[in-house]
Design a protein around this ligand. Structure first.
Ligand SMILES: [Zn+2]
Length: 273
């Protein structure tokens, strides 16, 4: 059954983009008809790096931003907290940190480390209204069954003046690379397609519709090395260099276009309640 209206912005101008994929002409969101709801499956040994090590620099950068904004810290909810790598850093930085993680194995690991972790989808938790200063969401909206409902829930659970800090893939970047023969021939897998493949515009519209204000989007620096193994035979060091090079190019384009063009492979979004 094809969704007829864009789930992000509500526009009716949607069309089949590829088999099982729809695209909104108004905001550029691409979404799958049949959503994947299982936990992502990664090769042995990759998982810890994906959920932790490869993102440590991004986590620290996020916490620096949050510390500047909330000097006396407060209560933080990390949606998609995995093994609790971010919760650990946040707690060390003075936050009262809680998580949401639907994968039982990962949520128990974080709970064993002493964190309160909800083990059901955010939309079903009925979290108390206006109870968090900050909600963080690292690469999770794209995997959800209903990110639009989730974003409304985040807005409800935040205190007035609270902040949502999101890292999300740039769907336009990944769809452009998907199926590229050049990358395939080199054994590279630089792209990934999710349930929801957001553009900058679709993220802005979704957050605005949920009631957020001062919505700020920018290119995200890449993860460190090659946690997803996307670089194939290039290996982690060269792939890491290629990613940094691409990020610099995207930043040049961003500044040259006075902030209008966001071509990075991922975005950082901040928005206030
Ligand atoms: Zn749309």
């Amino acid at each position: 059954m094809r969704d007829t209206n864009c789930p992000s912005c509500g526009a009716g101008q949607t069309a089949v983009f590829r088999p099982n994929m729809n695209r909104c002409a108004a905001c550029g969101l691409v979404w799958l008809d049949e959503k994947y709801s299982g936990a992502p499956v990664y090769e042995e040994g990759m998982e810890k790096n994906i959920y932790g090590g490869g993102k440590t620099a991004l986590f620290r950068r996020c916490l620096k931003t949050l510390a500047e904004r909330f000097p006396s810290r407060g209560k933080l909810l990390d949606v998609g907290s995995a093994y609790g790598a971010f919760l650990g850093l946040a707690a060390a930085g003075g936050w009262r940190a809680e998580g949401v993680e639907i994968d039982a194995r990962m949520s128990s690991a974080a709970a064993a480390a002493g964190f309160k972790v909800y083990n059901r989808p955010l939309e079903e938790l009925g979290l108390p209204a206006a109870s968090y200063d900050v909600v963080t969401v690292f690469e999770v909206l794209c995997l959800m069954g209903d990110p639009f409902r989730a974003v409304k829930e985040i807005h409800r659970a935040l205190k007035p003046g609270g902040l949502v800090y999101i890292r999300e893939f740039n769907g336009a970047f990944h769809l452009a690379l998907d199926g590229s023969r050049i990358f395939g021939a080199l054994g590279l897998r630089p792209s990934v397609i999710h349930n929801f493949n957001f553009t900058a515009e679709s993220l802005r519209r979704m957050l605005a519709a949920a009631g957020f204000r001062n919505i700020k989007l920018r290119n995200s620096p890449p993860t460190t090395g090659d946690p997803y193994g996307t670089g194939g035979r290039l290996g982690a060091a060269l792939t890491g260099l290629a990613k940094v090079g691409y990020y610099c190019a995207a930043q040049l384009l961003y500044f040259a276009s006075a902030g209008r063009l966001l071509a990075g492979s991922s975005f950082i979004i901040e928005a206030e309640k």
